[in-house]
Ligand binder design. Structure first.
Ligand code: SF4
Ligand code: SF4
Length: 89
């Protein structure tokens, strides 16, 4: 199976790892990933509970993702999973 690949500035082949999921049970809503993503992929989702309102991060527009994994590197709770995407012939 061939995946979408790119090249770095100095010509190394690179396989982007695109966003697959965010584990909302682990997410503390800190927003670090939101600030890191320049592609408007992520958004907050608020959940009301009896004692307090909890916000967690969710995927809004997965198709905008460029596979840089910056979001995952900023996340203190390791909420993110990524995957390469099969290249279309
Ligand atoms: S991998 Fe990059 S483009 Fe995709 S959601 Fe994370 S920070 Fe945004
Ligand atoms: S960086 Fe991690 S813990 Fe913080 S809002 Fe994003 S997914 Fe949630």
């Amino acid at each position: 199976m061939a995946f979408i690949t790119g090249v770095t500035k100095d010509g190394h082949e690179w396989t982007p790892q695109f966003i697959k999921a965010i584990d909302k049970d682990l997410c503390i809503g800190c927003g670090r990933c939101y600030k890191a993503c320049t592609m408007d992929v992520l958004t907050y989702e608020e959940v009301d509970s009896e004692d307090s309102a909890k916000a967690y991060m969710t995927i809004a527009t997965a198709g905008n993702c460029i596979g840089c994994q910056a979001c995952g590197r900023t996340c203190p709770k390791k909420c993110f999973t990524f995957e390469p995407v099969e290249a279309k012939a």
